[in-house]
Design a protein around this ligand. Structure first.
Ligand code: HEC
Ligand code: HEC
Ligand code: HEC
Ligand code: HEC
Length: 366
């Protein structure tokens, strides 16, 4: 995803809109994380197609490995010293092609925190808080950093992963893979990178569990209480661009003849969720308090009902069962997608279908 950070059409469409509605300064703010090389080497032209290859490379090798220090958390707080020295996690690396320098920063979550916390540049509203969610959660206390889950081959901590990092280099006890897959099955697949899409899907499936707490029948109704636990993510689920991400419960109850007697959280024919579907995400409000997905307009957080790391939430679903033949089979799934279909249809001419990924599933009977 880092290599797509600038050319990502979803990003590009949003940054263009931000530029048109809020001005060039805001768009350059966006580029500071999505194209650090472009911003450091000069202005990125208004027509993104004419941007230099360095700008288009997004968050690329040489950028990350020339970072010398960080000046804080969030809002592109990196300090870069260019030259032939590459900085990284080894104290003993030697390359015939460039100088090397050990950098403790690269081994820490604070390295990622330079960009994975976004604060509104004018009003200070915390918009994206992945680093802070991690810092305030249990994983930072256990010493498990972003790299342990996102720069390893499997979901969760799959360390050590021994191997030779570079041609002619020694066998290392552990080396860091660079897919940095997260949850973006949509964009990875759309841009033709099925490998990263699979890694993202694997991570989504490792993040959550659904447990049935209680099922009851009374009069003509059934009630079912479930618990959704964040078992695998080092931050809230979902995290990052949480005003756009959607996570929700789908519930389908079928009676013994196979007839659907109740359903919830099903996409309608436009690919939308009905208004009554509870979506786990953040809703930003503009200055009049109306919900907005435009981060530059955001002045407050109207609500945030995401699930913290190792935390859980409970939900109760009630539905009528009169006339049903028993047993009634109930299938409950936790679903995720990167953005609402209507938003993507508005932003991208091709209107690609945003894939829905199953994070967790449980079946029960009443
Ligand atoms: C988002 C920033 C970022 C980008 C982009 C990036 N790296 Fe890294 N790289 C890191 C970090 C951070 C580590 C060390 C992780 C740790 O120790 O916890 C690392 C480690 C390394 C290492 C040490 C060996 C190892 O364990 O993998 C090499 C070599 C390396 N990167 C080369 C590259 C190359 C080549 C590219 C481009 C194809 C690249 N990096 C892109 C951040 C980045
Ligand atoms: C220079 C800023 C910058 C730094 C430093 C950085 N990232 Fe990122 N990262 C981004 C941007 C921008 C994106 C979004 C790209 C997109 O969606 O087009 C991204 C995307 C990601 C994704 C993919 C998210 C998804 O939805 O699938 C993961 C995972 C990730 N970064 C992890 C890390 C980790 C781990 C580190 C530290 C080793 C790190 N990043 C350091 C800017 C950065
Ligand atoms: C214990 C493992 C673990 C740790 C630690 C961890 N993550 Fe994640 N991360 C996950 C899993 C699993 C997912 C997929 C579920 C989700 O979207 O939250 C994920 C998803 C993401 C995403 C994509 C979210 C989205 O919905 O768009 C980003 C970005 C990300 N992580 C960045 C980070 C950064 C930055 C850190 C450190 C501050 C970090 N992660 C620490 C496991 C981890
Ligand atoms: C401080 C760094 C930073 C700044 C500034 C920033 N972003 Fe991002 N952006 C990120 C990171 C990190 C991600 C990945 C989070 C995730 O995957 O959920 C991201 C993801 C996105 C995505 C999702 C792309 C996808 O394929 O799902 C869009 C769209 C986006 N940003 C738009 C913007 C716009 C518009 C601005 C300016 C108003 C902006 N960003 C400013 C760091 C930044």
């Amino acid at each position: 995803m880092h290599s797509y950070a600038f050319v990502d059409p979803f990003y590009w469409a949003e940054a263009e809109l931000a530029g048109r509605e809020a001005g060039e300064k805001v768009r350059n703010f966006c580029h500071s994380c999505h194209s650090p090389g472009g911003v450091l080497t000069g202005k990125i032209p208004a027509d993104g197609n004419k941007a230099s290859p360095t700008a288009k490379a997004g968050v690329f090798c040489d950028f990350c490995h020339t970072v010398k220090k960080s000046t804080g958390i969030g809002n592109a707080s990196y300090f870069v010293e260019t030259g032939t020295t590459k900085r990284g996690p080894y104290k003993d690396s030697f390359s015939p092609y460039h100088e090397t320098e050990y950098s403790e920063l690269h081994t820490k979550a604070e390295f990622c925190g330079m960009c994975h916390d976004v604060i509104h540049p004018f009003n200070g509203l915390p918009i994206e808080q992945t680093y802070t969610e991690w810092k305030e959660g249990p994983y930072s206390k256990k010493g498990i950093v972003c790299q342990d889950c996102h720069m390893t081959p499997g979901p969760q901590v799959t360390k050590p992963y021994p191997g030779v990092v570079a041609l002619g280099g020694p066998e290392r006890e552990h080396w860091w893979t660079h897919h940095t897959a997260g949850a973006n099955v949509f964009m990875s697949r759309y841009l033709g990178n099925e490998d990263t899409a699979k890694l993202a899907e694997e991570r989504l499936k490792s993040a959550a569990r659904i447990d049935i707490v209680q099922t009851t029948k009374f009069r003509n109704k059934a009630a079912i209480k479930i618990k959704i636990t964040n078992i695998g993510a080092g931050h809230k689920i979902p995290t990052g661009l949480t005003e756009a991400r959607q996570m929700w419960i789908e519930l389908i109850a079928r009676d013994s003849t196979g007839k659907t007697i109740y359903s919830y959280g099903i996409l309608n024919k436009d690919g939308d969720l009905n208004k009554d579907t509870k979506i786990y995400n953040t809703v930003l409000g503009d200055k009049s308090g109306k919900p907005t997905m435009k981060v530059w307009e955001a002045e407050k957080i109207l609500y945030d009902n995401r699930i913290p790391p190792e935390g859980f939430i409970t939900e109760v679903f009630e539905f009528p069962i009169s006339g049903a033949t028993f047993p009634v089979n109930i299938q409950i799934r936790l679903l995720y997608r990167s953005a609402p279909q209507t938003l993507i249809n508005k932003l991208l001419k091709e209107k690609p279908v945003v894939p829905v990924v199953e994070m967790a599933k449980v079946n029960t009977k009443i």
